[in-house]
Ligand binder design. Structure first.
Ligand SMILES: Nc1nc2c([nH]c(=O)n2[C@H]2C[C@H](O)[C@@H](COP(=O)(O)OP(=O)(O)OP(=O)(O)O)O2)c(=O)[nH]1
Length: 138
C-alpha cells in the first residue's frame, strides 16, 4: 500500500535535556477534532521532508524551529499512523516566534513526564508518545 507521507515535530524545550513536549489539539476535521497530535502535515509532491516540516510549522504555529534528530519508527524506519499515512517525526526546538494555534488546532499545551497522558493523543501517536516518555527528564 502506498501511504501518504506526513512530517511532524516533537517540539521540546531542550534537545539535550528535554523536559517538556509541545502537543497540539486538532480542531478539524470533525472525526479528529479534540484529539492531540504532533504539529505537522502532509508533504507536497516533490517537497523535501525537512522543507515540508518547516513550512507546516510556520503555517500552523507561526514559528521557526531548529530540527534535531529524526525519531525512527518500526515501520520501514517510520511510523504507520493510519491505514493511509506514514509519519516521519523529528525532534525540534523553537528558534523564533511564540507558538499559537493558528490553523487546524485550537489549543497547544506543553506537557511534561507527569502530564504527558493528560491529553487524548491520536491513536497512531500513542506508541510514539510512549517512546518519547522515556526520553523526557523529570
Ligand atoms: N500532523 C499530524 N497528523 C497526524 C498525526 N498523527 C496522525 O495520525 N495524523 C494523521 C491525521 C491526518 O489524517 C494525517 C495528517 O493530515 P493533516 O491534516 O495534518 O495534513 P495537512 O496539514 O497537510 O492537511 P490537508 O492539507 O490535508 O488539509 O495524519 C500527528 O501526530 N501529526
Amino acid at each position: 500500500m502506498i501511504r501518504r507521507l506526513v512530517v511532524a515535530a516533537a517540539i521540546v524545550d531542550s534537545l539535550d535535556r528535554p523536559a517538556r513536549l509541545l502537543a497540539a489539539r486538532r480542531s478539524q476535521p470533525a472525526e479528529l477534532a479534540r484529539r492531540w497530535e504532533f504539529p505537522g502535515g502532509k508533504a507536497e509532491p516533490g517537497e523535501r521532508p525537512d522543507e515540508a516540516l518547516h513550512r507546516e510549522l510556520h503555517e500552523e504555529l507561526g514559528v521557526t524551529v531548529t530540527l534535531g534528530p529524526e525519531v525512527p519508527g518500526p515501520d520501514d524506519g517510520a511510523w504507520f499512523i493510519t491505514e493511509r499515512h506514514v509519519l516521519r517525526l523529528w525532534m525540534a526546538t523553537l528558534a523564533g516566534g511564540e507558538p499559537a494555534p493558528l490553523v487546524e488546532h485550537d489549543e497547544l499545551r506543553w506537557l511534561d513526564a507527569d502530564t504527558l497522558w493528560d491529553v487524548d493523543w491520536l491513536d497512531g501517536d500513542v506508541r510514539i508518545v510512549k517512546l518519547l516518555a522515556d526520553r523526557l527528564v523529570s
